[in-house]
Design a protein around this ligand. Structure first.
Ligand SMILES: *[C@@H]1O[C@H](CO)[C@@H](O)[C@H](O)[C@H]1NC(C)=O
Length: 290
C-alpha cells in the first residue's frame, strides 16, 4: 500500500517535471550583425506552430510531401543548444520518410524549410552581402544513408535551373572521388570548395557568406562551442539569379540520370538531421558573427 502510494507520488512528480520546459544553456556566441532572416526556433514553440503562417518562422506549405504537415516532419530532439542559440531557443530535427515526395518529384525524398520573408524574387537574401549560419548534429536513431547524395542547405536560383551553392553530405552523384562521410560545400559549378568530416557527438557550426556585389562565396566553420573561423578565402562564385535558401534535406536517388523523377530509393526511410542556430545576417562591411 505504502509503496503504491509512493510510486504514484513519484509518477505525479515525474509527470509535472516533464511538463516543464527543460532548462536550456545560454548562448555561447552572440549574433553581432543585423538579422535578415530568423530561423532560431523559440524554446516554447510547438510542432503545430510550423503548420501556420501566423506562428512559423518558415513557409508553412513548402517544400515537403503533399500529404505531410510540417508538424509531422519536424521533431524536437533532446540535444543541447547550438552555438548561437540562447536560452530562448531550442534545436529542431528535420526528418524524411517514404512520404517525403514533393509534387511529382518521385526521385527525391525531401523536406526543405524556407524563411518566411525569403521570397523567390525581390528577397533581401539576393542582394548585398549576406551570411547564412546553421549548426548540425547527427541523430544516431535516424542515420542518413551516405550512399546517397543529400542537399542539406542551399540557395536555389529563382528560375530553379541551378543552385548558387550546395551544402551537402553523402555520395555526390558523378563525383565518386569525393568521400561520402563528409559535409561539403559545392559552388555554382558543383565543384567542391571545402569539406570536413562528420562528427558523431558534437555540434558542427557552419556559415556561408554570399557577396552579390563581388560574386564571391566564403565558408566559416567550428566544432562545439569554438568560435567560427574562415576555412576558405572569398572564392569567386556566380551568385546571380536571385532565389531562395532551403534548409533541411533533399535525398537524391541512385541509379538514374533523371534524379528528379526516377531512380532508386529504399522503402521504410526514417532519417533525420538536427539543426540549430539558424539565421541569415547582413554582412555589409564584413560583419560576420563568430
Ligand atoms: C543505402 O543506399 C544504397 C543505395 O541506394 C542501398 O543499396 C542500400 O540498401 C541502402 N542501405 C540501407 C541500410 O538502406
Amino acid at each position: 500500500m505504502f509503496s503504491t502510494t509512493l510510486l504514484s507520488l513519484l509518477t505525479v512528480a515525474a509527470t509535472a517535471n516533464a511538463a516543464c520546459t527543460p532548462p536550456r544553456n545560454a548562448a555561447t556566441a552572440a549574433v553581432e550583425c543585423p538579422i535578415v532572416f530568423e530561423g532560431r526556433v523559440g524554446v516554447d514553440a510547438q510542432l503545430a506552430d510550423f503548420d501556420s503562417y501566423d506562428t512559423s518562422l518558415f513557409n508553412a506549405e513548402y517544400v515537403k510531401g503533399e500529404n505531410l504537415q510540417w508538424s509531422e516532419i519536424i521533431q524536437f530532439p533532446e540535444a543541447e543548444n547550438a552555438h548561437f542559440d540562447d536560452e530562448t531557443h531550442k534545436p529542431f530535427e528535420v526528418t524524411i520518410s517514404d512520404d517525403s515526395i514533393f509534387q511529382t518529384q518521385k526521385g527525391f525524398r525531401r523536406a526543405g524549410l524556407q524563411f518566411l520573408e525569403d521570397t523567390n524574387t525581390g528577397s533581401p537574401g539576393s542582394t548585398g552581402v549576406k551570411t547564412i549560419h546553421f549548426s548540425l548534429r547527427i541523430d544516431p536513431q535516424r542515420a542518413l544513408n551516405l550512399s546517397h547524395e543529400y542537399l542539406l542547405v542551399w540557395r536555389e536560383a529563382a528560375d530553379y535551373s541551378s543552385n548558387q551553392f550546395n551544402f551537402e553530405t553523402g555520395a555526390v552523384l558523378g563525383q565518386a572521388s569525393l568521400p561520402k562521410d563528409t559535409y561539403k560545400v559545392l559552388d555554382r559549378q558543383n565543384k567542391e570548395i571545402w569539406s570536413t568530416p562528420i562528427l558523431e557527438d558534437s555540434w558542427q557550426n557552419f556559415a556561408v557568406t554570399l557577396d552579390h556585389d563581388q560574386n564571391t562565396l566564403q565558408v566559416y566553420y567550428s566544432a562545439g562551442d569554438e568560435p567560427l573561423e574562415s576555412v576558405t578565402e572569398a572564392v569567386s562564385n556566380d551568385n546571380s539569379g536571385e532565389g531562395q535558401f532551403q534548409i533541411g534535406m533533399l535525398k537524391k536517388p541512385t541509379g538514374t540520370d533523371d534524379v528528379v523523377n526516377s531512380g532508386y530509393q529504399e522503402s521504410g526511410i526514417d532519417e533525420g538531421l538536427i539543426y540549430g542556430s539558424l539565421f541569415v545576417e547582413d554582412s555589409a562591411d564584413g560583419c560576420v558573427s563568430v
